[in-house]
Design a protein around this ligand. Structure first.
Ligand code: GTP
Ligand code: MG
Length: 711
């Protein structure tokens, strides 16, 4: 494979709604570039991009695929991303490293959730966007309505460079307003016939071109002046307008394609290589320290790992973009995040699962290295010669859907943990954590589909049957008033007996509180609880009622109950306990006796101290199309959510609410069904608050039933 210079590289991501035709367009582009000599298809399960077992099974993309193609002496790196919003992490990473996003829009479905989500990320990363309108040959496809929706959603700077002549059944021709020619596509794909615009189409084409030229002129002041002077722009000026407008997100060109029939891909590629910014012309990426990396091949090397994949025959593959300098085979680089030296022993460019060896990858280009020792997604590799820099990491979205998982056969547990941690390496939006508190292995993802696909892969590829079940809620327990208890632990059985009696008072802890003057406090133990809040022990024994050596045992007993609260077995917090009296037996008293007495005295006092269960509350943000807002609000209120505010965002309404975690199980699925998949949401832990009394009663009862009688 030839080594391309920075200026001859274009990095694009194919993004957009589910099933809009991204993978099919990628196949067209590979074919047009001569990388493959036969076009496969998603339907025939032989596309280059959707090659993984799960993708063949489902016939849609699940992971992004890195591909490359060549066109007119330029290399185009393509990242084909999945469209279902459960796989959003892949889109995030792709948009971060490319210089242009090609947004595929299905002219039947128009603006979809996937369109909206991808748009937001292009906005975040300041990425130029080209729209490719696909699926034009269906009876209900509508170009004008698609454009109207895009404009109303994303602002008015759309610039139509092509429009379909005969949309709907029989569609085969587009007018290209940059070339002022008609492209007529043969039924079975292949090269279009390029002709003059037919007489009866000329007036419309003229009018549309004038509108486009005005759009192009408005991207640059100088051009706008020329436009006013001459009423039009020369070809060179148009080109200049396009380049500036694209790079600054001042305008978004619209093209027409028929991905399934390989219509229009060639022209789109021509446009991309001629007009889209090369890596050194786009907005430079920043390091954590705020330094800009400008894709300069003569600077020392900095490369950023944006994706990891694990292939059975190859092991771990790290995909990187070079942001400065070049990566050469056999070189040593330093991982700035882990301070590990890495030898780049084999270097590839990849097209799906096919790979080709290369000697070096220069600034702006994308490559892959295998078997790095300790380098993962979001790490930066630097030349050994420079002070190390870290590229700002990709911010993957937080999980919003959780399940508890376990292997059906206990003997697979360990294997399951390893598999899940490998899956997390490949997909950072899949989070795995063993919760000591819940005693469950919790899997977090972006939605039900995301986690079901994870299950499918574990069961079908790794051959480990697993089970999903509802995760427990991490409640907390506390008290609201003071209470006392006296507990005597006494056991007389055969030989040595057990005896310990503890008199205790407990009260709620608040910062800066005043402690009671009733007892004389001889000592204090203050414990910062791992799960938040405090436990404070006040030692108030006078006259040697209990030996000082038994006090640690009492604390130990109380700690046991704090870790497994008396109400629901959840962690308790923010409690002060005073040990103010007790009794010992000269022979039978020992540590175990006082541990048990302490534990039970605490439990008794707790029950009379106005015990309160606290539940985790999440900040929830929902973006919903205006007409569905009422339904979404009603549903949220049914989940005990409190609506904190509403805001307009384009055609969407943004609802901010606070909702208890226990009511948000399967929310992703519910929201999708209420809005026909047209809403988005995210949630983040906010605080703990009291559960309402009726729910507390239900929880208490459930715990009691599950526990049976405790000793
Ligand atoms: N009729 C028609 N079908 C198309 C067109 N483009 C793609 N398709 C079909 O639409 C389906 C989805 O195409 P894909 O290329 O997998 O779409 P995608 O955007 O990659 O889908 P995801 O990655 O799952 O989001 C396939 O059955 C394609 O054959 C088109 O222009 N017309
Ligand atoms: Mg796809």
């Amino acid at each position: 494979m030839k080594v391309y210079e920075t200026k001859d590289i274009r990095n694009i991501a194919l993004v957009g709604g589910a099933k809009s035709g991204k993978t099919t367009l990628a196949e067209d582009m590979l074919f047009e570039g001569g990388v493959i000599n036969r076009r496969g298809s998603v339907d025939d399960k032989n596309s280059v991009s959707d090659y993984r077992p799960i993708e063949l099974e489902r016939q849609n993309s699940v992971f992004s695929t890195i591909l490359y193609t060549e066109f007119n002496g330029k290399k185009i790196n393509i990242i084909d991303t999945p469209g279902f919003d459960d796989f959003i992490g892949e889109v995030t990473a792709a948009i971060k490293v490319v210089d242009t996003a090609v947004m595929i829009v299905n002219a039947q479905n128009r603006v979809e959730v996937g369109t909206e989500i991808a748009w937001r990320y292009t906005n975040k990363y300041n990425t130029p966007v080209v729209f490719a309108i696909n699926h034009l040959e269906h009876e209900n496809s509508n170009f004008d309505e698609t454009i109207r929706q895009l404009k109303s959603q994303f602002g008015g700077s759309l610039s139509i460079c092509q429009y379909p002549v005969n949309i709907g059944h029989g569609f085969d021709s587009v007018i290209d307003l940059l070339k002022m020619k008609m492209y007529k596509f043969p039924e079975d794909g292949g090269k279009p016939e390029i002709t003059d615009i037919p007489e009866d189409e000329k007036a419309k084409a003229q009018e549309m071109q004038e509108a486009m030229i005005e759009d192009l002129a408005s991207s640059d002041e100088e051009l706008m002046e020329k436009f006013f002077e001459n009423g039009t722009l020369s070809e060179d000026e148009m080109q200049q307008g396009l380049k500036v407008g694209l790079a600054t997100r001042g305008l978004f060109p619209v093209f027409c394609i028929g991905a399934k029939y390989n219509w229009g891909a060639n022209r789109l590629m021509e446009f991309i290589v001629n007009n889209e910014p090369a890596p050194n012309e786009s907005v430079p990426v920043k390091t954590k320290e705020g330094k800009e990396l400008k894709c300069n091949a003569s600077e020392p090397t900095t490369a950023f790992i944006f994706k990891t994949s694990i292939e059975s025959h190859l092991g771990e593959i790290s995909f990187f973009k070079v942001y400065n300098g070049e990566v050469t085979e056999g070189s040593d680089l330093m991982n700035a995040n882990t301070s590990n030296k890495e030898r780049i022993s084999q270097l590839f460019v990849m097209a799906g699962k096919n790979r080709e060896k290369v000697g070096k990858i220069v600034a702006g280009d994308i490559g892959a290295a295998v078997k790095l020792k300790n380098t993962h997604t979001n790490n930066t590799l630097n030349s050994l010669k420079i002070p190390y820099v870290e590229v700002e990491p990709i911010e993957f979205p937080e999980p919003k859907y959780r399940v508890a998982v376990k292997a059906q056969n206990q003997s697979d547990d360990e294997k399951l943990s390893v598999i899940l941690s490998n899956m997390h390496k490949v997909d950072q939006t899949l989070q795995v954590q063993y919760s000591k508190e819940l005693k469950q292995l919790i899997l977090g993802g972006q939605g039900e589909l995301h986690l079901n696909i994870t299950k499918w892969q574990i069961e079908n590829i790794e051959k480990i049957p697993i089970e999903f079940f509802a995760p427990k809620i991490p409640y907390r327990e506390t008290i609201t008033r003071s209470a006392r208890s006296i507990y005597r632990h006494k056991k007389q059985s055969g030989g040595a007996g057990q005896f310990g009696e503890v008199h205790m008072m407990i009260e709620p802890y608040t910062e800066g509180m005043e402690y009671t003057k009733e007892f004389s406090i001889r000592g204090t133990e203050e414990i910062d609880l791992e799960w938040g809040g405090k436990l404070i022990m006040k030692k108030c024994i006078v006259g040697g009622a209990i030996d000082a050596r038994f006090l640690p045992a009492i604390l130990k007993g109380v700690m046991e109950k704090i870790e497994e609260g008396p109400l629901t077995g959840s962690y308790a917090r923010d409690i002060v306990f005073y040990v103010y009296d007790g009794k010992m037996h000269p022979v039978d008293s020992n540590e175990i006796s006082f541990k048990l007495a302490g534990r039970n005295a605490f439990k008794e006092a707790f029950k009379n101290a106005g015990p309160q269960i606290l539940e985790p509350i999440y900040d929830v943000e929902v973006l919903v199309p205006e007409e569905k807002m009422g339904d979404v609000m009603t549903d949220l209120q049914g989940r005990r959510a409190i609506i904190m505010g509403m805001d307009r965002e384009g055609n969407y309404q943004k609802i901010n609410a606070k909702a208890p975690l226990s009511e948000m199980n399967k929310y992703a699925t519910a929201l999708s069904s209420i809005t026909s998949g047209r809403a988005m949401y995210s949630m983040k832990f906010a605080e703990y608050t009291n559960v309402p009394n009726d729910i507390q009663q239900t929880l208490l009862k459930a715990y009691e039933e599950a526990q049976g009688e405790e000793d």
